[in-house]
Design a protein around this ligand. Structure first.
Ligand code: ACO
Length: 265
């Protein structure tokens, strides 16, 4: 199998014009789509949306409507739905369940969480974003009478551990002084990935964590999610531990790494 981590579009176009005997290509460039039928490699460039950085806002959510939009982005990113009878109902119930859970964590109803913030990256519906119709209709919200779209989101959780996840070792917990936090639910709209949004969101969460007095920040990542691992590595996270295979099997999911970064400096 050919493994291309940064395929050159010209090279792929060249390949696509030829019969390719066994074109099993594993592509990791999110802006390229490759399909293959009867030995013919087909290449399509996904509609890439560029960002006007001057319009980008990254901050903790303010309104209920924005929180709903952030949850819709999560459901859209983390679940794959096949269009079929009842799929809308399923989407709605997942969204409601996630919204209620997040709202409970943020409003302090769950004692295991000392403090939780949902940090969103948002853009106005204008310019090149208009071409991302699905994203705009699903993830829009109103702010000061104007429509904006949640294009990236994550949670910052100040707590000892997250349910069903590995627990960080640092810092040792003394008294009620909880200086450990975890980032979770990191996602960027697929139309806008590789524009630096993930990096900016993580940096924003580090800033907020410092304001909260956090010294040790953690994130869990599936061992096969290379894109996210590279992002966390770029943001200064390093390996601390990994989930045992039996536990991942028991929970019916891919094994996770636990990554750590020091916020003391
Ligand atoms: C705790 C958790 O939530 S783990 C789950 C993480 N979330 C997901 O997997 C959901 C689906 N994926 C996504 O939403 C996005 O791809 C994210 C959040 C992983 C990355 O967001 P993006 O905005 O695309 O990342 P961003 O553009 O900031 O990339 C920063 C760096 O991360 C690395 N990176 C990001 N995506 C990839 C990728 N697909 N392949 C390789 N490297 C990648 C690169 O080093 C990149 O720097 P570069 O562009 O200068 O090379």
């Amino acid at each position: 199998m050919a493994l291309l981590s940064s395929p050159d579009p010209q090279f792929l176009l060249h390949l696509s014009k030829r019969k390719f005997p066994n074109p099993k290509l594993l592509l990791r460039n999110p802006n390229l789509r490759v399909s293959c039928s009867s030995g013919q490699l087909r290449l399509a460039t996904k509609e890439a949306v560029t960002i006007d950085s001057s319009q980008l806002r990254i901050k903790e959510f303010l309104t209920d409507s924005e929180l709903h939009a952030a949850v819709r982005l999560r459901i859209r990113t983390f679940y794959e739905f096949r269009e079929s009878y009842g799929v809308e109902e399923l989407r709605r119930s997942l969204t409601e369940r996630e919204y209620e859970g997040l709202n409970d964590r943020i409003s302090g109803k769950l004692v295991a969480f000392k403090r939780v913030a949902c940090i969103n990256a948002t853009l106005p519906i204008s310019g090149s974003l208009i071409s991302a119709e699905g994203l705009c209709s699903e993830c829009k919200f109103i702010e000061d009478g104007k429509e904006r779209v949640v294009v990236g989101t994550l949670d910052l959780n100040q707590c000892l551990w997250l349910p069903d996840e590995l627990t960080g070792r640092r810092p040792e917990v003394s008294g009620s002084n909880l200086m450990r936090a975890y980032i979770s639910n990191v996602c960027v709209a697929k139309e806008l990935q590789r524009n630096g949004l993930g990096f900016k969101l993580i940096n924003k969460s580090k800033d907020l964590a410092r304001v909260w007095g956090i010294t040790d920040l953690y994130v869990h990542v599936a061992i096969d999610n290379e894109g996210a691992q590279k992002l966390y590595e770029k943001c200064g996270f390093v390996y601390e531990s990994e989930e045992p295979a039996w536990k991942a099997r028991f929970l019916g999911r891919t094994r996770r790494f636990l990554l750590w970064t020091d916020l003391k400096n």
